[in-house]
Write a new protein. Structure first.
Length: 397
């Protein structure tokens, strides 16, 4: 926290002028720090009187008995009548982490009428499924799901909790981490365990995707992370695997909500989830407009795939956000990704570089997309894409 030494402060107002957040005011000849202070330190550097200093708040660091926390957990997200695919991806990486630590892998499955999903979670790698099956959990409500997960974590004390970086995961996991006072890293693209102390190494893009940062939370438990869909590989299901199902009873008070869900509506205009399609044809700034996307859509239909886009195309209003691939969009891992008129900036590449085959079409031979492409076509997409579609039609015949 930012401390003010009233004996040294001369009320000059330099710190007030220096603060970009309006967090400091001079009152009765002395600086006063408000709630909007971000501890950036600019005021400390500017204070010639030496009246300001930043002190680390007492946080209880080092007081947690880390030996009391054991096991890897995955939050099994159940929506639209099925377990979200990212859950199986998390069980794949969770299995590896659990084996490295020599601890069990658990899956927490909240919902209503979800008992039949337990065997599939065990086949996907879980040793134990913590089943919370209650009619009150039929519809997702952030406050209820958060309390349920928090209660289970306090009871069983897993050292690591993983969830998908989905709309549900991004809403419930930060809430739980805050209540537990735990560290949380969002949108991870890589996970590992440091063998000597069991610290979870959480890798994610930073500074606009220009670098990859590895983040640690060594002093708190559990260590929590959300992981982007389609960046981890699920294990091949093993129906012969055996595991334990723990049926958890939740106190009625935890199931009461301040939220009333009136209706759940599935969008009729965006039926295709680009994260679940094996062939994608993506357009970028070089497509030049909605007419260009008509060519992209034609090629995608011939391939039996779907249309994707870069942020530039979405920001230009040529196509809607659910099609966006990249750091601020979705991460995809199709068998075939055809990038048309996309330069290949790192912000886009981070969302599609795991594709098995990448075909790049761009008139700029020096475009970065060619550095990650399996095959590159230097040319005008308005000439190349129709020719590709025609060739595919001929092969079909």
């Amino acid at each position: 926290m930012l401390k003010v030494d009233s004996e040294k402060c001369i009320g000059c107002g330099v710190c007030e002028d220096q603060c970009a957040f309006g967090a400091i005011t001079v009152e009765d000849g002395c600086a006063v720090v408000g709630d909007t202070c971000t501890l950036c330190g600019s005021c400390v550097d500017a204070c010639e009187a030496g009246a300001l200093r930043i002190e680390e708040a007492e946080s209880g660091r080092g007081t947690v008995d880390l030996s009391q926390w054991q096991g890897i957990w995955v939050f099994a997200e159940f929506r639209h009548g099925e377990v979200a695919p990212v859950t199986h991806e998390l069980l794949g990486v969770g299995r590896r982490l659990a084996d490295q630590r020599g601890v069990p892998l658990g899956a927490v499955l909240p919902g209503s009428g979800v008992r039949g999903e337990c065997d599939a979670l065990i086949a996907a790698g879980a040793d134990t499924v913590y089943l919370v099956d209650d009619p009150a959990l039929a519809r997702y409500r952030e406050d209820v799901y958060g309390r349920v997960l928090e209660d289970l974590i306090r009871c069983y004390r897993p050292e690591v909790v993983l969830a998908g970086a989905t709309a549900i995961g991004r809403s419930v996991i930060p809430q739980v981490a805050t209540r537990l006072g735990a560290g949380l890293t969002a949108d991870c693209t890589g996970l590992d365990i440091r063998p000597e102390d069991g610290t979870l190494l959480q890798t994610r893009p930073a500074f606009g995707g220009n670098i990859m940062a590895t983040i640690e939370c060594p002093d708190t438990r559990p260590q929590m992370a959300t992981v982007r869909p389609k960046v981890m590989a699920p294990l091949e299901p093993d129906p012969a695997r055996t595991g334990q199902v723990v049926e958890v009873e939740i106190a009625a008070g935890l199931l009461e909500s301040q939220v009333e869900v009136l209706e759940t509506v599935v969008s009729e205009t965006e039926q295709v989830n680009i994260q679940e399609v094996e062939m994608l044809v993506a357009g970028g700034r070089g497509v030049e407009g909605e007419k260009g996307f008509a060519l992209i859509r034609e090629l995608a239909e011939e391939l039996g795939g779907a249309v994707a886009a870069s942020r530039a195309a979405v920001d230009s209003g040529w196509i809607s956000y659910p099609h966006q691939v990249g750091q601020t969009g979705k991460t995809v891992c199709p068998k075939l990704y055809i990038a048309c008129g996309i330069s290949g900036a790192v912000q886009h590449a981070v969302g599609m570089q795991s594709a098995e085959v990448v075909v790049a079409i761009n008139r700029d031979a020096n475009a970065p997309i060619f550095d990650i492409a399996t095959y590159g076509l230097v040319g005008d997409l308005f000439e190349v894409v129709p020719l590709l579609a025609k060739k595919i039609q001929e092969r079909k015949k």
